[in-house]
Structures are given as C-alpha cells and as structure tokens.
Design a protein around this ligand. Structure first.
Ligand SMILES: Cc1cc2nc3c(=O)[nH]c(=O)nc-3n(C[C@H](O)[C@H](O)[C@H](O)COP(=O)(O)O)c2cc1C
Length: 304
C-alpha cells in the first residue's frame, strides 16, 4: 500500500511554533504518514529542495503572530505577492498550464487572483465536486501571545494562512491555535536599535542567531553588536506574567495576560491538545471504509 505523505511547515522565531509543529509531525508519523517537518528559515533557497504540495496528502502550515499577522517569512513564501518558490517553480501570473514544467499544474490553471477568476466546479478547484485531482488537506495553526483579549487575536492570521493554502491548491480542514510565550518586544526593538536595522530584519536576525550563533555573519560582526544581541535576548528569560496574588484562594496566582501562565506556553497541556486535534483529523478523514479520504466538508477547530 502506498504510504500517505504529510508536510509540516512553520515559521518560528523562539521555538513555540516549532514545538507544536513537531507534535503534529509526531502524530502524523504515528498514523503512518511519511512526514517532512521543516522550519521556514529566512533566506532559504527552496529551489534546491522544493516542497511540491501535490506530492502530499496533508499540508500543515504554522506561524507565530507578529503585529496581528503571520510571520513575514511565511507570508512571503506562500502568498500571492511572494515568489512562491517553495515548490521550486516560480509562478508567473497568466502563465499557460504546463504540467511538464509545473508539477503543481493545478495552481497554474488558476493563475490570476483566485476568487476573482472564479474557479469553476468540476475543473479541478480543490475539493470541488467533480475535482479530478486528489484533494490536498490542509491544517493551519498559530502560536500567539493574545495578551489583550486572547483568541480573537489569532483569528485573522489563521484566516490568512487558510488563504495562503487555498492559493496553493490546498483545502484547509483544521485550524489550531495555542498561546506561546512572548519574546519581549524590547528584545526585538532593542536589537533593531543597537544594530541600526528595521524590526523585520531584527526578527530575522534573532532567528538566525538562535539557530546558529557561531555562523559566519556573527563571527565577523562587531563584538559590541554581539554583546547587544545577547543582552536583549537574555532579558526574556526572567519574563513572567503571573502576579503575587491568589484570586481563587487555591494557591494559584493571577495572570496579567489574557492567557494563563503565558510565560510557560505552549505547555504540556497545549501540546497534548495539539496531538489530539491532529489525531482526530487523521482518523476522521483517512480511516474510512474504502480507504479513500472523505471529502473536505468539515472544519476542525481547536483554539485557545
Ligand atoms: C515582535 C513581536 C510581535 C508580536 N506580535 C503579536 C501580536 O500582534 N499578537 C499576538 O497575539 N502575539 C504577538 N506576538 C507573540 C508571538 O506570536 C508568540 O510569542 C509566538 O508564540 C512566538 O512563536 P515562536 O516561538 O514560534 O516564534 C509577538 C511577538 C513578537 C516578538
């Protein structure tokens, strides 16, 4: 029997989104999916190691939330404004369908702005009745601070990621979000100021530094700048959002942020929820009497 395949792609700066992505990948593997799990790193040349979505049964896309939106890296790679080289094929708007050159032929058929160039039923729109191509099932997820009002702060990003999958021919059937410890914004702002770079570049640099502090770019950087990076990254370690009170009289302090104990999220409980969520999607969609997956009619949602 042909093994089913899944790909888990995520943008993650401080590791929260990565933890959830790995939990999803673990479950997918447990259910027999051959799984590629990969962080969307700034500056990676995807043409050397492309991800062809049509090769997969499930595509999982995750991101941290920055200023109310998915991380720039995720958006640029998969969005209509980006070059979408993740598939190893540069998409040219209006290009003629060419299955030889474009293994994601489905996408080229819908070049233009999907939704305006209305994809017709029975001609391959993902999940449509009569779609001749196998449906690629999508799951989008976010980890986020939600410090003010909690869940409503992640809805927009989940929608944006669903849209990013849709324009890449993937039909989203699951949305997941959980809180993630926030790196102090002072770290991002402080590094931007100390190195005289903008916020987006500061975040990308933090990601690269966290990944490999001995990389060449840091070896050749002024010692003062390296000290500044370490200083600002170090600040977040003693970041706690719990007060010294005990509002319920049960020995549990109250939380400043909306989400409880957000300095320690994702917690084991969040990761367990993530695993249950993914297991249920796989079971309900893929463990069928015929072995064919069910049509993508139901949206599974787990947001906290
Ligand atoms: C510069 C910056 C901006 C952020 N903006 C938001 C935001 O607008 N809304 C939100 O809910 N969380 C925001 N966060 C919190 C992150 O989304 C959250 O901590 C996430 O779990 C980080 O994931 P990562 O560890 O995978 O990078 C922000 C964090 C940083 C550092």
């Amino acid at each position: 029997m042909k093994k089913r395949k899944a790909v888990v792609l995520y943008g993650s700066l401080t590791g929260n989104t990565e933890m959830v992505g790995k939990a999803f990948a673990e479950v997918l593997e447990e259910y027999g999916f051959e799984t590629r799990c990969e962080k969307l790193k700034a500056g990676k040349d995807w043409s050397e190691d492309p991800v062809i979505f049509s090769d997969y049964d499930i595509v999982v896309l995750g991101s941290l939330i920055v200023a109310g939106l998915p991380y720039k890296e995720v958006y640029q790679l998969l969005g209509l404004q980006g070059n979408r080289t993740i598939s190893g094929v540069k998409m040219e708007p209006g290009a003629e369908p060419d299955p030889e050159k474009n293994p994601m032929g489905r996408l080229q058929l819908h070049s233009g702005i999907p939704g305006i160039v209305a994809p017709s039923v029975a001609t391959g729109s993902p999940g449509a009745k009569g779609d001749m191509l196998p449906t690629i099932y999508g799951v989008v997820y976010a980890t986020y601070g939600g410090s003010g009002v909690g869940p409503p702060e992640c809805y927009g990003s989940l929608e944006v990621m669903e849209e990013l999958l849709r324009v890449n021919g993937v039909r989203t059937v699951g949305k997941f979000a959980c809180p993630g410890k926030e790196m102090r914004h002072e770290a991002v702002d402080g590094i931007a100021k100390a190195l005289n770079i903008n916020i987006a570049d500061s975040m990308a640099m933090i990601q690269r530094f966290t990944l490999d502090p001995d990389a060449e770019e840091f070896q050749s950087m002024d010692a003062e700048k390296i000290t500044a990076i370490k200083h600002y990254l170090g600040i977040e370690d003693d970041y706690s959002m719990l007060e010294g009170n005990d509002p319920l009289g049960i020995g549990k302090p109250g939380s400043t942020f909306w989400h409880y104990d957000s300095g320690k999220r994702p917690s084991q409980r969040d990761l367990t929820k993530a695993k249950i969520f993914m297991a249920e999607i796989i079971e309900d969609y893929f463990l069928t009497t015929t072995g064919d997956p069910r049509p993508p009619y139901a949206m599974y949602t787990c947001i906290s």
